[in-house]
Design a protein around this ligand. Structure first.
Ligand code: DCP
Ligand code: MG
Ligand code: MG
Length: 366
């Protein structure tokens, strides 16, 4: 069987990085993004901050008023969640294109606004050097298209990939192949193991288990009697770097789409539009049968050199009509046409950000 390869991507100081990108005057300053409760000035907690602010001890979750005391010079900005999600949607679209085709199950899993797992076993052919190259390509594309940096971890499973991405932050990349697994994992303190919280960490400490190596070498029966069967076995396995969990496509990241080949390679809108219209109709039909609306429209083109390009639009609110889909798809197509000199061979349309249509009762209502 081919060696499994998983990539984990986490954006660097995500909300604050977007604010920096939008406001060049913030460069070089400590930037703190705050969830303001609105009662009085700086009454909420810190959502995130850039790395300059972190040098002053500012962290996610602390009160904004405390952050202000830690660095009175810092720039405090209110969160703009909707805006960040539109950036996130575009980044997830970029990442999705690097994944395996997912014939044997999910190959993409978004786990938060700025993080995702990508299964690239087939793409990398089980080769960690190739995976590293793919990781570098991902960083480059996100940098070029979104002017943002991310940190990447590559591992034989989700657990290791996730932990590897935080090994070098910001703008880092860390590959942990199976032969380097123990050297990477074992020196860490158990609290660094993904999935171990404060309570478990404290309990382990009381059992004199300090490093991940200690945990890996600990008697599994003793772990089971302290933590129960499933948690006990999980701890032992995780400490040994074993994790067979598959990637799960989340409801929110499910996509419905169609792609087809043009009658001839072309850059003529009149030839492309009828196909786009047909594909949009097919997508709407699939959506309609499941009573779903969508918020993200993506158009894919593959040119005669077999290079694939995608562009997405995030709409202000969920819609479900063919007209709305076509309008967005046409806009994206004309952008593509204005930029491309190479003829198109295939075009695709897909929708994401799916949700139940308004007013539609869920199964639980009956
Ligand atoms: N976030 C939040 N409140 C928290 C933690 C995070 O609102 N307590 C938001 C803001 C972050 C985003 O989620 O920008 C992503 O969270 P991360 O934990 O990935 O943190 P950052 O991306 O901000 O920083 P890092 O560079 O450490 O990943
Ligand atoms: Mg992040
Ligand atoms: Mg994150």
């Amino acid at each position: 069987m081919m060696q499994r390869v998983i990539i984990h991507v986490d954006m660097d100081y995500f909300y604050a990085a977007i604010e920096e990108r939008e406001k060049p005057e913030l460069r070089g300053k400590a930037v703190v993004v705050c969830m303001l409760s609105g009662r009085r000035e700086l009454s909420g907690s810190v959502s995130t901050c850039n790395y300059i602010a972190r040098e002053f001890g500012i962290r996610s979750g602390i009160p904004c008023s405390r952050a202000k005391k830690l660095n009175p010079e810092a720039v405090f900005l209110p969160v703009r969640k909707k805006f960040y999600i539109s950036v996130s949607d575009r980044i997830m679209e970029i990442l999705r294109r690097y994944t395996d085709s997912g014939e044997n199950g999910g190959s993409f899993e978004q786990i938060s606004v700025d993080e995702a797992f990508l299964e690239i076993t087939d793409r990398a052919g089980g080769d960690f050097n190739l995976a590293f190259e793919l990781g570098m390509q991902i960083k480059k594309e996100i940098k070029e298209k979104e002017k943002l940096t991310c940190s990447i971890g590559i591992g034989p499973n989700k657990l290791i990939a996730k932990m590897a991405s935080s090994a070098k932050k910001p703008d880092g990349i860390t590959a942990v192949s199976p032969d380097k697994l123990e050297a990477f994992l074992w020196p860490l303190t158990v609290s660094k193991l993904w999935g171990i919280g404060d309570v478990t960490a404290k309990k382990l400490q009381e059992m004199n288990i300090v490093t991940v190596k200690d945990l890996a070498e600990h008697d599994v029966i003793e772990l089971i009697s302290a933590f129960g069967k499933s948690r006990g076995t999980w701890l032992k396995q995780a400490a040994s770097g074993i994790d067979n969990s598959p990637l799960k496509e989340r409801g929110g990241s499910e996509q419905i789409g169609r792609i087809a080949t043009l009658p001839e390679d072309t850059l003529d809108q009149e030839l492309i539009l009828p196909l786009l219209e047909k594909l949009a109709g097919d997508v709407i039909e699939k959506l309609g049968s499941r009573e779903l609306s969508f918020r993200v429209v993506t158009v894919t083109v593959i040119n005669s050199n077999f290079r694939m390009y995608t562009k997405s639009r995030t709409l202000n609110h969920p819609v479900s009509s063919k007209e709305a889909l076509l309008e967005a798809a046409r806009e994206i197509l004309s952008e593509f046409l204005s930029e491309s000199k190479t003829e198109f061979r295939r075009v695709g349309v897909r929708v994401g950000g799916l949700q139940e249509k308004k007013g539609q009762k869920s199964l639980f209502d009956y």
